[in-house]
Design a protein around this ligand. Structure first.
Ligand code: SAM
Length: 211
């Protein structure tokens, strides 16, 4: 894949991941769960703004927030006119009650203080607003390979380089602890059968061998 001037390496990786078979449907499920309303959805850790653009295309106003200025710049160049803001999940650039929905996709595994992020979610959400968290559990990745011991070692070594590798399995408890009610959990499986998986595994193996 070529990386254009306006695309960061992470944005390029997400372009692959977010277009895998099943990934668009999974995002659509998160949009359905958010519901609709007049107030905007805030997509926290929005990256290059894919979800903000997709929500807007559904007629749902959306604001993207990401701490990485380069990702926001990439998003602005890809989606001119989208409301993309630089900011941290723990101090969102939104007023109290400004958002009708809160969404975070593949973000909470990066957060050292998820409780602080969810306190922010509660602050910016209007009464009755819903939060939808989605992400992979890094310790639960399954690789079809002959050497089981080596496979486990590679998966765990990669997971150990993630700030909060098991955050996805904790979403329910985190949301309940933050005071959210009516918390439900869905488990989905994403298959990576193609060459993208080989590229990703190369990165995993490199992480496993790095001191
Ligand atoms: C794996 S990417 C996912 C991007 C996008 N949500 C998607 O699904 O394509 C994680 C994003 O979260 C952002 N991020 C990580 N920690 C953050 C924080 N504390 N506050 C705001 N954004 C954060 C990163 O800069 C990155 O763009």
């Amino acid at each position: 894949m070529s990386i254009s001037q306006n695309t960061t390496p992470l944005a390029a990786l997400l372009d692959v991941f977010d277009t895998l078979p099943g990934a668009p449907e999974l995002r659509a499920r998160t949009y359905d769960l958010l519901g609709t309303g007049d107030r905007p959805v805030v997509d926290v850790g929005c990256g290059a703004g894919r979800a903000v653009a997709e929500l807007s295309a559904r007629g749902v106003p959306a604001i993207g927030v990401d701490r990485d200025e380069q990702m926001i710049a990439t998003g602005r160049s890809r989606h001119p006119g989208a409301d993309l803001r630089v900011g941290d999940a723990g101090a969102l650039p939104l007023a109290d009650g400004e958002a009708g929905g809160y969404r975070a996709d593949k973000v909470f595994h990066d957060l050292a203080d998820p409780a602080a992020a969810l306190a922010e979610a509660r602050r910016v959400l209007a009464r009755g607003g819903r939060a939808v968290l989605i992400g992979q559990d890094w310790d639960t990745l399954v690789i079809d390979a002959a050497d089981g011991a080596l496979t486990r070692a590679v998966v765990h070594a990669r997971a150990d380089r993630v700030t909060a590798p098991r955050s996805a399995r904790a979403y329910r408890a985190l949301l309940l602890d933050a005071g959210f009610a009516d918390v439900t959990v869905e488990v989905h499986t994403l298959l990576l059968p193609g060459p993208e998986a080989t590229a990703m595994l190369g990165g995993f193996a490199a992480a496993a061998t790095r001191p």
